[in-house]
Design a protein around this ligand. Structure first.
Ligand code: CAA
Length: 453
């Protein structure tokens, strides 16, 4: 019996800043961002959007487009690193909104929870659901990934921002992809990228709410959660490379093979914090696992690093990238980082690309290299199923992204600093954040959402 993804839907932020506009404003060579990192646009949430909104929109589409009977859904597991509450999971908001839209008590027996391990939380949620469905083949589960990749202004992460969600139906005998039961993991506790709680002085809080009675009761130091991470970009790349390499070779051990595993993969889908991360990081695995070993030695030496650079510039590697990695990069270039959703958006981008170019991929194998800062990598593989085309026929990935609304630099700045007061785009046929109760600057209260037709 096979287990995997039967249906997939997405919702990404509908406004974007062209990377060119950011490059000019920050005095960065546009070619570095476009040709060096593969960036074209970065999507940003409007003021009525947050990670609940993206998740709810993707989930609503999945349920409506595939006529899913909610009584059949046993689990909704969410991968996110952009939680809006330290106790109440995003999945708890999602069931309330789905019951509001599709009927009361339709999910009252459904198990829901969030998984957090930076960008790999969605893969953890999916692996868990796959194990569950393998044990309970008549049941169905849904995995939602939802995030807002927000970085500080002027930081090296600024050009990799993005926002959105994906929702995937996990079943037995799936129509899109069935996963093999080999999941290799590499883990190491590091501080390459993280979002610590920070404290601010009560006196730094301003605005009308400081007149409210409960404000008096706040401690002089207030603990806050900031959306933007603390990170060391180059070190995070090194951690990414080390973990994915180690997980890849563990995967070979699990499969008990000495063959070059990636040769058996039609496509390789990796976590993409920006479009070209995969191609920049995979050269080591490419070289180490080639049948004629072309690299050896101490990885910390400049000789080894130069050899890697040389390999990544070779015609053979460029051809390999074009064949196996490029289809997953297309959506990433136009969206930006989706954190937990990036690897699944890479899968959808690959499928949509082959759908549009009418390439038949049924029966072919896809390899997955997932990464989450902190840090963990998982390597696994799956086989594309006979009905994949049917299952993604109405997804319209590239057509939808194409309709994204371009904003100027001033609007971007206002949105980033939370100074924008009205929505840039009028919401239509989607969920929106209606109000936040007890909001004070830097502190967030209860959030309420509504569906607009
Ligand atoms: C955050 C997650 O989602 C989890 C993870 O994956 S962690 C790993 C990734 N880390 C992050 O995304 C953290 C946030 N991002 C960052 O800090 C940065 O964007 C980054 C570290 C990823 C990149 O850093 P950077 O300093 O801007 O770029 P840099 O590493 O120098 O690379 C620039 C590339 O453009 C190329 N380039 C520069 N100028 C160029 C030009 N004019 N024309 C063409 N290419 C050019 C460079 O040669 C280089 O490419 P190669 O190394 O492949 O040759």
């Amino acid at each position: 019996m096979k287990t995997g993804i039967d249906a997939i839907s997405f919702d990404v932020a509908k406004i974007h800043l062209p990377i060119n506009t950011l490059a000019k404003a920050r005095n960065i060579e546009p070619e570095k961002l476009e040709k060096g990192l593969g960036l074209i646009k970065m999507t940003l949430p409007d003021i009525h959007q947050d990670t609940v909104v993206f998740g709810a929109n993707a989930l609503t589409k999945l349920i409506s487009d595939h006529n899913i009977n909610l009584n059949e859904i046993t689990r909704i597991y969410v991968g996110t690193e952009s939680a809006i509450d330290s106790s109440k999971p995003i999945s708890s908001f999602l069931i309330a909104l789905m019951e509001q839209k599709f009927g009361e008590n339709t999910l009252s027996e459904c198990d829901v929870v969030d998984f957090t391990f930076a960008c790999i939380g969605g893969v953890d949620a999916m692996q868990n659901c796959i194990d569950f469905i393998t044990l309970n083949p008549t049941k169905k589960a849904i995995v939602v990934t939802t995030d807002f990749a927000k970085y500080d202004l002027n930081s090296t992460g600024e050009y990799t921002q993005g926002a959105g969600a994906l929702a995937m139906l996990i079943t037995s005998n799936p129509r899109i992809i069935a996963f093999e039961n080999n999941w290799a993991t590499s883990t190491k506790g590091v501080f390459d990228f993280f979002k610590p709680f920070r404290t601010i002085s009560k006196t730094a809080i301003t605005g009308n709410t400081t007149n409210e009675p409960w404000f008096e009761n706040l401690e002089s130091e207030v603990e806050i959660h900031k959306d933007q991470p603390v990170f060391d970009g180059q070190y995070s790349n090194q951690c990414y490379m080390d973990r994915t390499r180690d997980a890849y070779f563990s995967f070979k051990k699990l499969k008990n093979t000495t063959e070059t595993v990636y040769d058996s993969w039609n496509s390789i889908v990796m976590h993409l914090p920006y479009a070209f991360q995969g191609r920049r990081m995979l050269s080591e695995i490419y070289a180490l696992d080639a049948s004629n070993t072309i690299i050896s030695g101490d990885e910390d030496t400049s000789e080894y690093q130069n050899k890697l650079k040389e390999i990544s510039k070779s015609e053979a590697y460029k051809e390999f990238v074009n064949e196996k990695l490029m289809p997953a990069e297309i959506a990433s270039s136009l969206i930006g980082n989706l954190y937990t959703g990036s690897i699944f958006m890479g899968l959808l981008s690959t499928l949509a690309h082959f759908y549009d170019t009418e390439k038949e991929i049924s029966g072919s194998k896809f390899g997955f290299l997932a990464y989450g800062s902190g840090s963990k990598s998982k390597v696994f593989e799956g086989t594309i199923q006979q009905d994949w085309k049917l299952a993604i026929a109405n997804v319209n990935l590239f057509e939808t992204i194409e309709k994204s609304f371009e904003i100027d630099f001033e609007t971007y700045n206002k949105l980033h600093k939370k100074e924008q007061k009205i929505s840039v785009r009028t919401p239509k046929t989607e969920w929106l954040l209606d109000r936040i109760e007890n909001e004070i600057p830097n502190l967030i209260g209860a959030r309420y959402y509504k569906w607009v037709d």
